[in-house]
Design a protein around this ligand. Sequence first.
Ligand code: ZN
Length: 409
Amino acid sequence: MGTANVYAMKQMNRTTILSLIRQYGPISKSELAEKSNLTFAAVHNIVSELLERELVRESGYGESTGAGRKPVLYEVNPHAYAAVGVHLGVTQVEVAVIDGNGAVLADSTEELQANVRPAEAFDIVAARVEEAIVRSNVPRSRLLGIGISAPGPLDPEAGMLLSPTNFLGWERVPLKAQIEEKLSLPVFVEKDANAAALAELWFGAGSGARNILYVMVDLGIGGGLIVDGRLYRGHQNVAGEFGHGTIDLDGPRCNCGNYGCLEAVASGVAIVRRAEEAIRRGAPTRLAPLYQEKEHLSFADVVQALQEDDALAHQLFLESARYIGIGLAGFINYFNPEMVIIGGRLLQVCPAMFPVIRDTAYARMFRVNEQNVRIELSGLGTKGEVVGAGTLVFERTLYTDFMVPSSNE
Ligand SMILES: [Zn+2]
């Protein structure tokens, strides 16, 4: 083997051991040897190196097997490195500095104006990131980089937003290049629902699972797939578009140009549209006078009505939940996941949606799936996209290429 190959092999074994410690820690060296198929001696060398670099730490003792001493257990040292997560949403920018356990060290949010231009949005991102880094007290040498989650479609390799439907006039925007130039840190870009799926796998409800479908129910409806413990992006990075299966043959036009998509019928935007239609048909609701006055409603208006126990608002959220449950049953039959995680803002404002989604999905899916798939609520609430963006940095640097910042070499 040439030196380059030996080096690559060493890197691969390090990422394997580090990943196993992250996933199964606290864990002993002999368990690591068993799970990695490396020799005990090889594991011993790698663990010593990881300890020296402070990437892992000792964490008590396991049960002794037979006459031997109790084995030392190892876990990830969450303080070794930190990452910045940015969620570039349609209405706001969220920033969070996270440690190796996904804990938020500092965060901030800034609203975005409608029709914001890319240059303005990037200035806001840069300012917020700088400020969060300062407040987190993490030295620059310990920052692995910046992850950005944004609405698709996007090209994660080039770090380019292609033509996100809700950012009017944004076409082929070089997000990665622009932010790297402003902040001089490596930048990684991922679709929002994919980042949230990754965050659930590492730090949320999906911990320990290998095959996960993550569904984001927000103003739009998105999805992310984890296959065999890794993000599945598909051939052109558009896998998991859960919101764009047709669910209503004669349904309304969707943002994607098609008709009757789940997103066009059951998303936050669809709920607002259906509330307006119901008022025009004369449905009794406390939203009627507001609609008469403004001639349109916002999502915040409908949420407020829901919180004031308005019967129409309540009914619309639960109808959406039924549509999502039906869509989900089909998706579960195609994909056979071990776990479905449901997150997004709608579930936060209307927790009653969750049992309706779950029960509808169970009632409509294949029997064999019914007994085997777990459907659970997000463990990260509305923080999935921003924590996921930071998680992406750990995944792409330490856990894929073992890229440790050079100042620590
Ligand atoms: Zn669509």
